[in-house]
Design a protein around this ligand. Structure first.
Ligand code: MEV
Length: 413
C-alpha cells in the first residue's frame, strides 16, 4: 500500500516499522496533544489556545547518500506530495548532493559616532572584547563554537562593531544577542560614546547551503511528453525567471513552500529564514530566482544556493515536543545536516512545480488534493469528506457550490 493511501494510524505504524519512531513517540503522536498548555503559555504572551496545522512527512529524500523521511507542517495540500514527487525523481538518478559550511552568525553594535580614532581604541582592546563576549556564553567553546571574528568599520554617520560567532547547532540569535549586550557597555565606556543598538544580523550569508540535483531525462517524462523535452522546457522556464521578477517570485514561493513546512515542523524561526532570503536574492541586478536549471551531459541539473538560517538545539526547538519529534523522525542531530535536508526539500518542491508547470499545469494535481479542503468547507464531516472529494475529482468541478450541492444530495440519500 502506498503511504498516501494509508490511514493516519497506519502511517504511524509504518514509521515505527521503518525505525523512524519509537513506541513512546508514536503514542505521543496518537494522543493528539502536540503542545501542553504550560509550554504554550510560556512561549507566548496573552496565550489563549494553540493553532493546529497538519503534520505529515515527505518520502524518498536521498541527501549526501543518506535516506530521510522529512516531517513537514503545512496547510497547502499539494506541498508534501510535491516534495516527495521531486525527491523520488532525484533519488532515481543518485540523490541530492549538498554542501554546507560552519554555522556563523553575525551581530552588530552601532555606535553614535563615525570616528576613526574611536575605532582605533576598539582595535587596541580587541582581545579584551572577544574575551568578554566569550565569557557571556562559556559553554559555547566546549561545544566547538565561539567568536570567530571581530571587525570595526565606519558606516555613514556611525561606527559599526561586527562580531562573527560560530553557534554550532543553535540558530544563534540568543547567543549572539547575549554576547552583544555583554560587550556593549564596555565598548561604550572605552569609546565614551552611546550605543545606538546591539542586535544580531539575519543576513544568513554565512549559512549557505549549496544543493545540486542531477536527473536523468527518463525520470522526467510524462505520458505525453518525452523526458528530454520536459527537461528543455524546465530550463527555458528557469531562464525566463531571470528576466521576470513576476515569475521569479512565484518560483521562489514554490521553493519556500517546502522550506517553511520543514522549518515549522522543526520549531525553527521561519521569519529569520524569510528575511535572510529576501536579502540574499536582492542583488545588484535586481531580485533573482533562488534556483537554476540547466542541461549538462544528458541530464537536467538543478542548483539551489541559499541561506538556511536554522538550528537543532535551544529555545523553542527544545521546548516544543513536536520539534524534537521531527528531528527524531529525520534521525538528525546537527544543524548542518538539517540545513542540507532543508535545501534538498526546497529544490525538490521546485522541480516538482516546474515539471508540472511545463507539462500538464499544476491545477490537475493541485485541485484533486484541494478537493478535501473544499469538502470540509462545504460542511462535510467524517466519511462524507472522502465521498464529496471523490465526486469533485470525478466531475472536475472544483468549487464550493458543487461541493455543497453534492453534500446535500449525499445527506438526502
Ligand atoms: C504554488 O504554491 C507554488 C507554485 O506556484 C510554484 C511555481 O510556480 O513554481 C506552483
Amino acid at each position: 500500500m502506498k503511504i498516501y493511501e494509508m490511514t493516519n494510524d497506519q502511517r504511524i505504524d509504518y514509521l515505527i516499522k521503518s525505525g523512524n519512531l519509537t513506541d513512546e513517540q508514536a503514542a505521543f503522536l496518537r494522543a493528539g496533544k502536540p503542545i501542553s498548555q504550560d509550554i504554550a503559555d510560556s512561549l507566548s504572551e496573552n496565550q489563549i489556545g494553540t493553532f493546529g496545522l497538519p503534520y505529515g512527512f515527505a518520502t524518498d529524500f536521498l541527501v549526501n547518500g543518506k535516506e530521510y523521511l522529512v516531517p513537514m507542517s503545512i496547510e497547502e495540500p499539494s506541498v508534501v506530495a510535491a516534495a516527495s514527487n521531486g525527491a523520488n525523481r532525484v533519488k532515481k538518478s543518485g540523490g541530492f548532493t549538498v554542501k554546507t559550511s560552519p554555522h556563523i552568525i553575525y551581530g552588530q553594535i552601532v555606535l553614535e559616532t563615525n570616528s576613526a580614532d574611536k575605532l582605533e581604541i576598539l582595535q587596541q582592546n580587541r582581545q579584551e572584547i572577544i574575551d568578554l563576549a566569550t565569557a557571556a556564553r562559556p559553554s559555547l567553546q566546549k561545544r566547538g563554537g565561539g567568536v570567530v571574528s571581530l571587525t570595526f568599520e565606519i558606516i555613514a554617520d556611525w561606527n559599526e562593531i561586527l562580531i562573527g560567532v560560530n553557534t554550532v547547532d543553535a540558530m544563534g540569535a540568543n547567543i549572539v544577542n547575549s554576547m552583544l549586550e555583554a560587550i556593549a557597555p564596555h565598548i561604550s565606556k572605552l569609546t565614551e560614546t552611546d550605543v545606538l543598538c546591539s542586535i544580531l544580523s539575519n543576513s544568513g550569508k554565512s549559512q549557505l547551503v549549496d544543493v545540486e540535483a542531477k536527473i536523468d531525462f527518463d525520470n522526467l517524462a510524462t505520458k505525453k511528453m518525452p523526458g528530454q523535452e520536459v527537461a528543455e522546457r524546465i530550463v527555458q522556464l528557469s531562464q525566463f525567471s531571470k528576466h521576470s521578477v513576476m515569475r521569479a517570485v512565484t518560483q521562489n514561493k514554490g521553493i519556500m513552500n517546502g522550506i517553511d513546512a520543514v522549518l515549522l515542523a522543526t520549531g525553527n524561526d521561519f521569519r529569520a529564514q524569510e528575511a535572510a532570503v529576501h536579502s540574499f536574492f536582492s542583488t545588484e541586478s535586481g531580485y533573482q530566482p533562488f534556483s537554476d536549471w540547466q542541461i549538462m551531459d544528458d541530464q537536467l541539473v538543478g542548483r539551489l544556493k541559499m541561506p538556511v538560517e536554522i538550528g537543532t538545539v535551544g529555545g523553542a526547538i527544545k521546548a516544543m515536543p513536536m520539534a524534537q519529534l521531527s528531528l527524531a523522525i529525520m534521525k538528525i542531530n546537527n544543524s548542518q545536516e538539517l540545513q542540507a535536508v532543508i535545501g534538498a526539500v526546497g529544490l525538490a518542491n521546485n522541480l516538482s512545480a516546474m515539471r508540472a508547470l511545463v507539462t500538464t499545469g499544476i491545477q490537475a494535481g493541485h485541485m484533486s488534493l484541494q478537493s478535501k479542503s473544499l469538502a470540509i468547507s462545504a460542511g462535510a464531516v467524517g466519511s462524507e469528506i472522502a465521498a464529496v472529494s471523490k465526486e469533485l475529482n470525478r466531475t472536475k468541478n472544483y468549487n464550493l457550490q458543487e461541493a455543497t450541492k453534492f453534500l446535500q444530495k449525499l445527506r438526502n440519500e
